[in-house]
Design a protein around this ligand. Sequence first.
Ligand code: IMP
Ligand code: MG
Length: 169
Amino acid sequence: MKVLLSSDQIQARILEMGQQIAADYKEAEPHLVGVLKGACPFMTDLAQAIDLPLTLDYIAVSSYGKATKSSGEVKLVKDLDQGLDGRDLVVVEDIVDTGLTLNYLINLLKARGPRSLKVAALLSKPARRLVSVHVDYVGFTIEDEFVVGYGLDYNERYRNLKDIVVYGA
Ligand code: IMP
Ligand code: MG
């Protein structure tokens, strides 16, 4: 499959993102919320790139529907372990496609009273957006192609690839 983003490119960009987040949160302790399972490698590498005290938690959602299309209905599969009251939240996502998942998550998490909420996504596919969502930190903006690797799957496979590749290409 065609390599879209090599491991080296991904790691270099995550270092920059981590430095930017560290600069933005000098006075606060960010609480990173990773979206399982796709964001796991990104969450791990991003957290290590942020040179600040921080805390982590994970949430899992699934969209009803087929593997490569989001139906728009989102179901909470695993909730957070910790409350969010007064915390400075950074939602960490693998990819923003239609935006429906992130839109659902932002509404769910905002209702729990965080002091602030920002979003970091490794990838964004703006051409496919159905709802507008603000992403504060974007790793890479990509074309409308289905990609796998570095956490991203097709039917649960390919999450373990170090590079991000175009599925089927
Ligand atoms: P959205 O709700 O359409 O923004 O979709 C977000 C979710 O769909 C992501 O968290 C991924 O799990 C999945 N997804 C969207 N595009 C891709 C892709 O190109 N490869 C793998 N998963 C994708
Ligand atoms: Mg996902």
